[in-house]
Design a protein around this ligand. Structure first.
Ligand SMILES: [Zn+2]
Length: 295
């Protein structure tokens, strides 16, 4: 009996010692594991989306953890504006360039951009167009030994920790060149942007019919706020917290149209305009989006 008691005491001692050891390890090792987590979390990174003021036209620069892309580059005369803007940010390489469609207010400045930065991939719609500006762009793409990646809805591309999905053009042929616009959903953790070039209501309705997730924190309105774009179904599907209009002061088209502004006001969506606020910059931490502007 004495022998059994001694063995029991020894077991109890071992169990107590083991419990103390486990509790020591939990208290001292777990916290250091937890504190090391933020170093690898998204909080150390951000995504920035810059709507560069190029007058009447579009140019959008996106930066995510050292990766860069540019969507459009305004008119030819705005090429240097875009180049200087990117240089000031320390950009030397663009992972992607998207030329939304062949109109000069989107691709005019792109030749000079191609001459100034190295580019990994260029995404465009497949469209027959015969203006000198478009021919010059195709020539520059050839000169820089780049091949064009056709924009195909559903295709996804990584931009560091961010990514984007092609939304449009859905069809192969359109009467209006605007509807060939490459539209994308840009995502960074829980933040997203819907950017659709000059896509008009016809193209927006095609995107809606494709049953894609069109929700976004920020919507860059199609076609500089024209009433031919931003149909009510599309606005409701995106349901943005911010609307951006890339537009020139006193432009001859009357952009943005009052119908578009009224539709945004009705929905209580704040409007940011490059003609009034200059370049507009959004900063995303993966959960929240904040906005800054020049003026
Ligand atoms: Zn345009």
């Amino acid at each position: 009996m004495k022998g059994i008691k001694k063995r029991n005491v020894l077991w109890v001692f071992c169990i107590i010692a083991a419990t103390i050891l486990i509790s020591y390890l939990e208290n001292n090792l777990s916290p250091s594991n937890e504190t090391s987590l933020p170093l690898f979390s998204k909080q150390t990174e951000t995504m920035e989306v810059h709507f560069i003021d190029v007058g009447q036209g579009d140019s959008i620069y996106i930066k995510a953890d050292g990766h860069s892309m540019l969507i459009d580059a305004g008119e030819k005369s705005e090429g240097t504006t875009v180049i200087h803007y990117l240089e000031a940010l320390g950009v030397d390489n663009l992972d992607y360039i998207i030329c939304t469609h062949p109109h000069s207010d989107h691709i005019g400045g792109m030749n000079s951009v191609l001459d100034s930065f190295s580019v990994n991939q260029i995404i465009m719609p497949e469209v027959n167009h015969t203006t000198d500006t478009y021919e010059d762009l195709l020539q520059a793409i050839g000169d820089h030994n780049l091949t064009i990646t056709k924009a195909v809805p559903g295709n996804q591309y990584a931009l560091g920790p961010a990514s984007f999905t092609i939304l449009s053009p859905v069809s192969d042929f359109y009467e209006d060149v605007n509807n060939y616009s490459v539209g994308i959903k840009l995502s960074y953790y829980n933040n997203s942007f819907i950017l659709t070039g000059d896509a008009e209501a016809l193209a927006e309705k095609e995107m809606l019919n494709e049953d894609m997730d069109l929700t976004g924190d920020v919507l860059k309105l199609g076609h500089h706020g024209s009433s031919y774009s931003s149909c009510s179904e599309f606005l409701d599907a995106v349901s943005p917290s911010y609307a951006v209009i890339s537009v020139g002061k006193d432009n001859t088209y009357g952009h943005p149209h009052h119908e578009t502004i009224e539709a945004l006001v009705e929905r209580g969506i704040p409007i940011y305009r490059t003609d009034e606020q200059g370049t507009i910059i959004f900063q995303c931490d993966g959960d929240t989006v904040s906005v800054h502007n020049e003026n």
